[in-house]
Design a protein. Structure first.
Length: 193
C-alpha cells in the first residue's frame, strides 16, 4: 500500500514544468454550458486551488488507472475564482450530479479552502460516495484522518498481489478495503486476510 506523496508529485512537476492557463467567461455562460453538457465522471476531485499543479499530476495518474476525473478549473475554464457566488454553487452542484464519487484531496492546504468542506458535505448528503485522498508530505505506510475526515474511508494505491498491476483501493482500515471500481459499483470495503 502506498499513498500519493508530495515529494513524488513535485518531482514530476519539476520534470514537466506544468502550467495550466485559465480563461474566464461570464459565469452565466458557464452555467448554461454546464447544463447543456451531460458529461459524466467517476470522480469529482475536491481540492485547494493552492495545490493546482499537484492536482493536475494526481488527476493524470488517476486517469492512467482508467478513471475519469472532474477538476473545475480544467473542465470549466470559464469559472472565475475571484467571483464566486450562487451561480458557481449551482454549476458545481450540477457537475457533482454527473460524478459517481468525490475524492477529498487532503493536502496541507485543504484547511485554507472555503469550498472543500461545502463540496464534501453536499456530495455526502447527495450521493454518499465520498473518500479522502491523503496526499502526504513523506512516504508513510498508514493514514489517519483528522477531525471529520476520519469519518470517511480513504484511498491508497497498491498492486494486486502477485502482479504488477497498480489499482486504487478504498480503505476503512488497513485490513478492510475494496478495489475502487468495485466500490463505485456498490461494494463496500470488507475484511481481508
Amino acid at each position: 500500500m502506498s499513498f500519493f506523496n508530495l515529494n513524488d508529485i513535485n518531482s514530476k512537476i519539476n520534470q514537466r514544468h506544468i502550467t495550466e492557463s485559465v480563461s474566464y467567461k461570464s459565469l452565466s455562460d458557464s452555467v448554461r454550458i454546464a447544463k447543456s453538457s451531460n458529461k459524466s465522471f467517476d470522480i469529482f476531485l475536491s481540492h485547494s486551488y493552492l495545490d493546482s499543479n499537484q492536482i493536475l499530476v494526481i488527476k493524470e495518474e488517476i486517469e492512467s488507472l482508467g478513471f475519469s476525473v472532474y477538476v473545475d478549473w480544467i473542465e470549466d475554464k470559464q469559472l472565475d475564482r475571484t467571483k464566486v457566488n450562487k451561480e458557481t454553487a449551482l454549476l458545481l452542484k450540477d457537475r457533482m450530479g454527473n460524478c459517481k464519487s468525490l475524492f477529498f484531496a487532503a493536502t496541507p492546504n485543504y484547511t485554507n479552502s472555503k469550498w472543500m468542506p461545502w463540496e464534501l458535505g453536499y456530495f455526502d448528503g447527495f450521493k454518499g460516495k465520498v473518500v479522502i485522498l491523503p496526499i502526504l508530505d513523506k512516504s508513510n505506510s498508514s493514514y489517519k484522518g483528522s477531525e471529520y475526515l476520519e469519518l470517511y474511508p480513504y484511498i491508497d494505491k497498491a498492486t494486486i498481489k502477485g502482479t504488477s498491476t497498480m489499482k486504487l483501493w478504498v480503505n476503512d482500515s488497513d485490513k478492510k478495503y475494496v478495489e475502487l471500481s468495485d466500490w463505485l459499483a456498490g461494494k463496500e470495503p470488507y475484511l481481508r486476510n
